[in-house]
Design a protein around this ligand. Structure first.
Ligand SMILES: Cc1ncc(COP(=O)(O)O)c(C=O)c1O
Length: 385
């Protein structure tokens, strides 16, 4: 049975439903086309050609050259590859600049490097979730190997001014990586006009399956492979290619390019209707972070006097999927590091839910959620009173 029959799925920043058109495109590569892309005979060429078609489609969405696209297993691998490569380029440049609100893919990796003796500068954010660009500029030194700053925050949807950040980093002579896992497919991106060295994206955030990602590697950027072995991906990422998933990601990127206007209009309208409805019907509800520079699909809402874990449980019983903080930290019951970095107290952080919408949501679902969520918050508040 499908999971989605009577579910109100508002957790698209955690993962997305695979688009049926994507499934259709990938199935022949599970069922029929099993050739190894490195093989010289015809059935190998079929899968090799399919990979190259997918590469061109991803490049089309990002506004870059196909040769700059390197397939990986996920966003986390892409980010690890970028960070470790940058550190191997120059012995005298071993300092990293990042922010306190990164996804654990960057956060934990940089914490691990700090433990092993690397200097790491952690940029803070203000209550809107924004960094100070002057602080960024002065943090970059002659010893800085890499600046790694996410494009959109997975918990709040806050967008950093990545074009400006990339220019500052380039002027200071350092290498720039952006974790764009939450950005790609939601807002237009044109890498040909931006001095970005590395960018990470993940298939399962844009209606492709889990287990495939991309590292964009600017053609002028030096790179040392993170995964070594065979000569796949022009020797930049070893391992026999995950052909079906790469094909799926290519299709997902084509669909994302076609649907980007839908994100800016319909998805945004659903988010805004939901947010306005919640603010109007639930006393004391507040939006976390910058409401202007934000992904069109995300709202992070704080409800005073409640624990988000209790809300999540009751909402699940009523068929609503959303999350408290990021999916990766759910279950730990620790207040979100992002909301803490924004200066919110633990009570606000613990009473926060993230709703993230997508192309498969409908206005009717939003209307239904606007009946359910206020009832659930009211119920939990009554129990707590
Ligand atoms: C901003 C951000 N970066 C990285 C990741 C990790 O991506 P993946 O699940 O493909 O490893 C996520 C997933 O939640 C994310 O939201």
């Amino acid at each position: 049975m499908s999971d989605s029959s009577d579910i109100l799925y508002f957790d698209n920043n955690a993962t997305t439903q695979v688009d049926p058109l994507v499934v259709e495109e990938m199935l022949p590569f599970l069922r029929d086309h099993y050739g190894n892309p490195s093989s010289a005979y015809r059935i190998g060429r079929t899968t090799r050609d399919a990979i190259e078609k997918a590469r061109a489609r991803v490049a089309g969405l990002l506004g870059c050259e196909a040769s700059e696209i390197q397939f990986t297993s996920c966003g986390t691998e892409s980010t690890n590859a970028a960070i470790h490569s940058a550190l191997r380029m120059d012995r005298d440049r071993q300092h990293i600049v990042t922010t306190r609100v990164e996804h654990s893919a960057t956060l934990k990796t940089c914490e691990g490097l700090a433990k092993r003796g690397h200097a790491v500068t952690w940029l803070g954010v203000n209550a809107d979730g924004q960094i100070n660009l002057a602080e960024l500029e002065s943090a970059i030194t002659d010893e800085t190997a890499l600046v790694s700053i996410m494009w959109a925050n997975n918990e709040t949807g806050v967008l950093f001014p990545v074009e400006e950040i990339a220019r500052i980093v380039r002027e200071k002579g350092a290498v720039f990586h952006t974790d764009a896992v939450q950005t790609i497919g939601k807002v237009p991106v044109n890498l040909s006009a931006m001095p970005v060295n590395f960018l990470s994206l993940s298939g399962h955030k844009l209606h492709a399956p889990k287990g495939v990602g991309v590292l964009y590697l600017n053609r002028k950027t030096k790179f040392t492979p993170f995964v070594t072995g065979g000569g796949q991906e022009t020797s930049r990422r070893a391992g026999t290619e995950n052909v079906a998933h790469i094909v799926a990601l290519g299709k997902a990127c084509e669909l994302a390019a076609q649907g980007i206007a839908h994100e800016a209009t319909e998805v945004r309208a659903m988010r805004d209707t939901f947010e306005a409805g919640i603010l109007a019907s639930i006393p004391g509800a507040q939006v976390n972070g910058d409401r202007v520079n934000r992904l069109p699909n995300t709202t992070s809402l704080a409800f005073s006097g409640v624990e988000s874990e209790a809300l999540l449980m009751l909402l699940d019983q009523r068929g609503i999927c959303c999350s408290a903080g990021s999916a990766c930290t759910t279950g730990q019951h620790e207040p979100s590091h992002v909301l803490r970095a924004m200066g919110y107290d633990d009570t606000r952080a613990r009473g926060t839910l993230r709703f993230s919408f997508g192309r498969f949501n409908t206005p009717a679902q939003i209307a239904r959620a606007l009946e359910i969520v206020p009832q659930v918050v009211e119920k939990v508040r009554r129990v707590n009173a």
